[in-house]
Design a protein around this ligand. Structure first.
Ligand SMILES: N[C@@H](CCC(=O)N[C@@H](CS)C(=O)NCC(=O)O)C(=O)O
Length: 210
């Protein structure tokens, strides 16, 4: 199978897919789309102008959740959705909340549509406040059975939460204790840590900053 991931620098939704691909040990080509290309050449790949897109042989699939579900169906190794139906629905519930409620209104095109005059500092402030408020709402549903978000296994829910929380930290949100603990727990597991997108770069940057 010939697989290509179209991503962009700093793309939260693409990181989810990248983590899923790497965690499952799937071979793929990674193409980083430049900002200007999102509104030009790349529209031939994804007419919404969004990343991620995944090309599987001649088919192109968009939407991170749909892509991860597809990977889960094709590549059975290292599952990211639990076998039990209720547990699976609970994982999807977390993913959908993050994808549709937390992430969608932060999309640049959405923010600009509703407020064309919004400047980048206002965008950042709004995004931080929204992420923190929503993560706090999500918190009571998490970590009931283990230090993983749902059940006692790593799942797509852990990926969606950790990538969203990392984005919040990059924007300057103050640390939230339980989300810090979650991230630290994930990083204590070798297969999860070694497949986390950007972690190697962060570690190099942190070492350089000392
Ligand atoms: N619901 C979509 C969201 C895709 C999305 O919002 N992608 C952002 C990057 S994280 C994007 O391509 N934005 C382009 C832009 O803002 O111009 C998914 O899960 O894939």
């Amino acid at each position: 199978m010939d697989i290509t991931l179209y991503t962009a620098k700093g793309s939260n939704s693409s990181e989810r897919v990248e983590w899923a691909l790497d965690y499952k040990g799937i071979m793929y080509r990674r193409i980083e789309v430049e900002d200007a290309e999102l509104k030009s050449a790349y529209l031939r790949i994804n007419h919404f102008g969004y990343v991620p897109s995944l090309k599987i042989d001649s088919e192109i699939i968009t939407e991170s959740m749909a892509i991860i579900e597809l990977l889960e169906e094709i590549f059975l190794q290292h599952p990211l959705l639990p076998g039990d139906s209720i547990a699976r629905a609970k994982v999807r519930q977390v993913c959908e909340y993050i994808n549709t409620t937390i992430h969608s209104p932060q999309n640049r095109t959405v923010l600009k549509f509703f407020n064309p005059l919004i400047n980048s500092q206002e965008v950042k402030t709004l995004r931080c406040a929204w992420i923190v408020q929503c993560l706090q709402k999500l918190e009571p549903l998490l970590w009931k059975e283990s230090a993983f978000a749902i059940t006692n296994q790593f799942s797509a829910a852990d990926i969606f939460i950790a990538t969203m929380y990392k984005k919040a930290l990059q924007f300057g949100v103050e640390n939230i204790e339980n989300f810090d603990k979650h991230l630290a727990y994930l990083r204590s597991q070798e297969q999860i840590r070694t497949t986390e997108p950007g972690l190697a770069d962060e570690t190099i940057e942190a070492a350089g900053a000392q």
